[in-house]
Design a protein around this ligand. Structure first.
Ligand code: IMP
Ligand code: MG
Length: 188
């Protein structure tokens, strides 16, 4: 399986960057109660590592978004579900995203979480592909910005999947961009 994937960010690079981000986030939220909200399933590995670098009184929640993209009709249907009955009202929320690509998922999620009335809402992404944006949203923290031509490759590993495969790889790698499936495409 590994020989299908070219390494982009090694385990060591990821560990170093996650520790840096943990330090920045800890300083930002010092003295406050932080609610970390991880987007399933892609941010699970990132979340597990990052929260252990944030020595604050934090809670952890998971959220799942299902995006059905009907390309022919240009229609985007998004379903959202909180896996824990997260009480986000008045909380300082840190949303963890795996990849911000077109920005559709993140902008939908931000609007939805705002309805819960958090005291603050910040975003930390594992990977940002800023040149692929269709909606103008920006994470507050990004572990790894990925620019063209690399952004054209499909990233896998460290929680990121292609068709549910490769999530367990300890590094982030690339595979040639898979052909888009015909009809509705589920991403999460
Ligand atoms: P967006 O709504 O286009 O920003 O897409 C976000 C979602 O698409 C992410 O949460 C990922 O699950 C998925 N995605 C986008 N690009 C990649 C990639 O290169 N590798 C794996 N998943 C990706
Ligand atoms: Mg995915």
């Amino acid at each position: 399986m590994r020989d299908e994937v070219s390494v982009l960010f090694t385990e060591e690079q990821i560990a170093r960057r996650v520790a840096e981000l943990g330090g920045e986030i800890t300083r930002e939220f010092a003295g406050r109660k932080l609610s970390v909200l991880g987007l399933m399933k892609g941010s699970l590995v990132f979340m597990a590592d990052l929260i252990r670098k944030i020595p604050l009184d934090l809670t952890v929640h998971l959220v799942r978004v299902t995006t059905q993209r009907e390309q022919a009709a240009g229609r985007v249907l998004t379903e959202i579900a909180f896996s824990t009955p997260a009480q986000l009202e008045g909380k300082d929320v840190l949303l963890l995203e795996d990849i911000v690509d077109t920005g559709i998922t993140l902008s939908y999620l931000l609007a939805h979480i705002h309805e819960h009335g958090p005291a603050s809402l910040r975003v930390c992404a594992l990977v940002d592909k800023p040149e692929s944006r269709k909606i103008d949203v920006h994470p507050d923290w990004t572990a790894f910005p990925v620019h063209e031509p690399m952004a054209d490759r499909f990233l896998v590993g460290y929680g990121l999947d292609w068709m549910e495969r490769f999530r367990g790889l300890p590094f982030i790698g690339t595979i040639p961009r898979p052909r888009r499936a015909e009809g509705p495409l589920a991403v999460s």
